[in-house]
Design a protein around this ligand. Structure first.
Ligand SMILES: NC(=O)C1=CN([C@@H]2O[C@H](COP(=O)(O)OP(=O)(O)OC[C@H]3O[C@@H](n4cnc5c(N)ncnc54)[C@H](O)[C@@H]3O)[C@@H](O)[C@H]2O)[C@@H](O)CC1
Ligand SMILES: [K+]
Length: 520
């Protein structure tokens, strides 16, 4: 799904009103109803006995007023605290007018801040996408007062004070720290950045039937991919059932090994042969046709024993890789997991970049070598996939000011070097050579464990060797399936107990779920 800017979201609201011949008041009612439904399914009216709605003067505040009415009728004990302003939006005024008179209303002032107890459920409807400047004065006092309480906060659309699509111009200005943010239709770019996690909390999307036509035509570089269960095809389901965004094509009954390619993995050094074991396991589970693993001499017995399905080439050096094998047999080549940074290994990487005629996947120490020898970046073949974590990415580019700056650098890097960059993190961001960026929605914090990246490299290598997939689809599928494997694994092990080896075990089931027409 696309991520739109605050300006595009305003246009989207207007387009929805025009296209559906409805009114902004009705759209606000839909929005408030959607939030009320979310609250009803999360907080019982009998236990949430003190619900305080903080409302600003615009449509976000209007949502809050409409919500107060709906919650009152649903049996919640609600009270309102309103920010005074010179001007209120029309729909704010309408919803103020139709508010049941029995609901207590307080006008906010610096010396009249609301009573907030740890047991109060606070709905933040101060500001949404219409925020134009950092909070100051009374609104800032209200937000500081709220953040100092131990109350649970649910933000409508956006935590107040946060911009939907840009960094905070004033880092000193306060932003509401919400436990949950309930937003409409599409996620906002701000939700996906680590620097905003403390404000956004968990975010949830409620469908309010915003214009799909407008969304389809909207121009944006930002996309979000989440796992959706595929619908069965054939007789069981009509064509009208939406299929997931990303699908792995089913294997043709007459397909043979060549379709799935012969991959070469260069990995491992003394003390880090485990990286080669994990990565090769992931490549095999990723469905590669044939796999050859090149390791230093010390890794030969290990690979032959742990991965009998793979062929193994032993380097003449015992401790690190110093030789590039003949590249002719291979349809895709991966390099980096546990490689080390010996000069001989750097020379192998350089030779590979100069000679390779097939897709490359570059990870870990191979990225560190690129960072230390930036002149090698000019040799990257088009559509090479690089998989840095934040630290490795910083070594390839420059020190970043904030998460937005990092995204700019990411897009710029992918465009300049005509490659695909997978920036690993909570919402792994894949940047394509055309500057489009795809955030991934699968995965969990348990995957922040040694070897998890090696598994992604192996899986990516398998999908890049698959002759049926284009480079970007292969990369996005690998990232989605890697996260999904993590989620399936964590269901058994818990997040803390998750090991990279568990990811390998769950790649098969994750890929099966992503197969076109699969019953999941
Ligand atoms: N437009 C629509 O049709 C819909 C809008 N919706 C809601 O409307 C919100 C956007 O509404 P608005 O565009 O009215 O904007 P907001 O309600 O987010 O804020 C705008 C108001 O805040 C004031 N303001 C902005 N920055 C300020 C600051 N730093 N300090 C003090 N005052 C400030 C503005 O002067 C204006 O009065 C969305 O986030 C969403 O919650 C939903 O009801 C869905 C439909
Ligand atoms: K809000």
């Amino acid at each position: 799904m696309k991520l739109l800017s605050a300006a595009q979201i305003r246009e989207l609201d207007q387009a929805t009103i025009r296209e559906q011949r409805t009114t902004s008041t009705e759209l606000m009612e839909r929005a408030a109803t959607a939030v009320a439904e979310w609250l009803l399914s999360h907080y019982d009216p009998h236990t949430a006995t003190d619900v305080l709605l903080l409302c600003g003067p615009g449509n976000n505040g209007g949502d809050g007023l409409a919500l107060a009415r709906l919650l009152y009728y649903a049996g919640y004990a609600v009270r309102l605290a309103l920010l005074p302003a010179e001007k209120y939006s029309d729909d704010y005024q309408h919803n103020h007018h139709v508010l049941p008179k029995i609901i207590p209303v307080q006008e906010l002032a610096t010396d009249a801040l609301p009573d907030i107890q740890p047991t109060t459920l606070v709905i933040d409807a101060l500001f949404g996408t219409g925020l134009t400047r950092p909070l100051a004065g009374l609104p800032a006092d209200v937000v500081r007062h709220l953040n100092a309480s131990h109350a649970r906060v649910v933000a409508i659309d956006l935590p107040s004070g946060l911009l939907a699509d840009a960094p905070q111009p004033d880092p000193e200005a306060p932003v509401v720290r919400a436990a949950h943010t309930v937003s409409f239709g599409l996620p906002k770019l701000a939700f996906l950045l680590p620097q905003n996690a403390e404000y956004v909390g968990e975010w949830h999307l409620q469908d309010i039937r915003l214009s799909q036509q407008f969304i389809d035509h909207a121009d944006t570089p930002w996309h979000f991919t989440r796992y959706t269960k595929p619908q069965p095809d054939g007789w069981a389901a009509p064509h009208t059932v939406p299929q997931p965004e990303l699908q792995l094509p089913r294997r043709n009954k007459f397909a043979y090994k060549n379709t799935f390619g012969h991959a070469l993995l260069l990995a491992g050094s003394r003390g880090k042969v485990g990286a080669a074991v994990l990565s090769s396991g992931a490549c095999l589970r990723g469905g590669v046709g044939l796999l050859t693993v090149a390791v230093p001499g010390c890794g030969y017995d290990i690979i032959q024993t742990t991965r009998p399905e793979a062929m193994c080439l032993a380097d003449t050096q015992a401790d690190f890789i110093s030789e590039l094998p003949d590249l002719k047999p291979y349809q895709a080549i991966g390099i980096g997991p546990g490689l080390g940074q010996e000069e001989a290994s750097r020379a192998v990487l350089e030779k590979l970049l100069r000679e390779a005629q097939v897709p490359l996947v570059i990870d870990a120490d191979a990225l560190n070598l690129l960072g230390a020898h930036r002149e090698l970046l000019d040799l990257l073949p088009e559509n090479t996939v690089l998989t840095p974590h934040l630290g490795e990415f910083a070594r390839l580019t420059e020190k970043t000011k904030d998460d937005y700056h990092r995204l700019d650098l990411l897009r710029d890097f992918a465009q300049r070097h005509r490659c695909i960059v997978v920036l690993k993190g909570a919402y792994t961001a894949t940047a394509a050579p055309d500057g489009q960026v795809y955030f991934n929605g699968t995965g969990n914090p348990g995957m922040g464990t040694g070897g998890s990246g090696d598994v992604l490299t192996g899986l990516l290598l398998a999908l890049r060797a698959d002759q049926r997939l284009d480079p970007l689809l292969a990369t996005r599928l690998a990232v989605l399936a890697h996260g999904r494997a993590g989620d399936l694994a964590a269901a058994h092990t818990g997040e803390a107990g998750l090991l990279a080896g568990d990811l390998v075990q769950h790649i098969g089931p994750a890929l099966r779920e992503l197969e076109a027409g699969s019953l999941g």
